[in-house]
Design a protein. Structure first.
Length: 294
C-alpha cells in the first residue's frame, strides 16, 4: 500500500461550498460517498489501497467540514451535490463508491444519471428494507446505527473523551489505528468542555428516512441502469454476529445477479469494512474490476 497525502477542495453547491477530500492519483477519477454519521476520511484506508486512483470523497451536507451547508437535506440533496462534484471536476462520468447511506445515495445517483455514473461499488448498503407505517423515525434509525444517534445529542469535555467513545465501541475495539483516529477527529467540533459531533441532527433524520421509507431510494438498486458490485459485512453495526445483510436477506431482496454482483467480506463489521486490510483489498479489487467495465 502507498501512503497518500490528501488535499482539501471546496466545490460550489447550493448554499455554499461542499468540502471534498482528494487523494491525488494519475489514474481514473473515483468519487466515494460516506455513511450517515461519517465524513470523507472514512475512505482514508481505502485510498491507500487505491494508490493510482484519483479519489474524491465529500463531507456530505450537514457533516464535518460541510456541516454549515443548509437544508433541505436528504439523499436527493446528496445526489445533487455529488453531481456538482463531477461537474466541478469537468468530468463526463466517474465510478461511484458508497458506504451505508452513501451506498443508497450512490444507487439513486446511478439510477437518475446512468450516463454520469455507469458503474457503482456499494459497501454494506444500498438494499433497503421498508418499515411498517407509523414507526418513530428516531427509534428506527437508532436501532440500525446503534449509539450514533445518542452520540449526536451528547457533549464531551475534550477531544480525548470523544475519541474514547469510539475506542470503546465494539466495532472499533480491535481496529483502532491512524485512519480511524483521523476519521473520528474530523467529526468532532466545538471547544472544551463542550465538544460534540459535527453532524447536524436534522440532516441525520432527513437522510435516515430515505433507506427506510422513500420509494425512489428503495427502488434505485433494482433499476436496470444501476450496475456494479455490492460488498457486505459479515457482522453488524455493534460487531454483532448478524450483519445488515446475509444470504437470506439478499435472496429475499430481489437483486438481479446480472446487474449487481454480491460478495461477503469476512471478518468485518459495518464499520471495519472500510478499515480492515482484507476489506480495503476487497474494495480495491471491486473498484478496479468496475473501472474496466466503463
Amino acid at each position: 500500500m502507498t501512503t497518500r497525502t490528501p488535499e482539501e477542495l471546496a466545490v460550489p453547491v447550493r448554499g455554499g461550498d461542499l468540502a471534498v477530500t482528494r487523494w491525488p492519483g494519475e489514474g481514473p477519477a473515483v468519487i466515494a460517498v460516506h455513511g450517515i454519521t461519517g465524513n470523507s476520511l472514512a475512505f482514508g484506508a481505502v485510498a491507500e489501497r487505491l494508490g493510482d486512483i484519483d479519489l474524491y470523497a465529500p463531507d456530505l451536507r450537514g457533516r464535518a467540514h460541510s456541516a454549515g451547508l443548509p437544508a433541505p437535506y436528504g439523499i436527493q440533496a446528496h445526489v445533487e451535490d455529488v453531481l456538482a462534484v463531477l461537474d466541478h471536476l469537468g468530468l463526463r462520468q466517474a465510478l461511484l463508491v458508497g458506504h451505508s447511506l452513501g451506498a443508497f445515495t450512490t444507487a439513486v445517483a446511478a439510477a437518475r444519471h446512468p450516463d454520469r455514473f455507469p458503474r457503482v461499488v456499494l459497501v454494506d448498503g444500498g438494499l433497503g428494507f421498508p418499515i411498517p407505517g407509523g414507526a418513530d423515525l428516531d427509534e428506527v434509525i437508532e436501532s440500525v446505527i446503534g449509539p450514533a444517534m445518542r452520540r449526536l445529542k451528547t457533549t464531551f469535555p475534550d477531544g480525548d473523551a470523544y475519541r474514547a467513545l469510539f475506542r470503546e465501541h465494539p466495532a472499533f475495539t480491535d481496529h483502532w489505528g491512524p485512519h480511524v483516529e483521523a476519521y473520528v477527529d474530523r467529526d468532532v467540533t466545538g471547544e472544551p468542555p463542550e465538544m460534540r459531533s459535527s453532524c447536524v441532527l436534522e440532516a441525520i433524520r432527513a437522510d435516515g428516512a430515505g433507506p427506510i421509507g422513500d420509494a425512489e431510494t428503495l427502488a434505485a438498486i433494482h433499476r436496470p441502469e444501476v450496475r456494479g458490485t455490492m460488498l457486505w459485512a459479515e457482522r453488524g453495526v455493534m460487531n454483532e454476529p448478524q450483519g445488515l445483510y446475509d444470504e437470506g436477506r439478499l435472496a429475499g431482496g430481489g437483486l438481479s445477479p446480472d446487474r449487481i454482483t454480491t460478495r461477503r467480506v469476512d471478518d468485518t463489521n459495518h464499520y471495519t469494512i472500510l478499515f480492515a486490510e482484507n476489506a480495503t483489498a476487497a474494495i480495491a479489487e471491486a473498484v478496479y474490476a468496475e473501472l474496466k467495465q466503463m
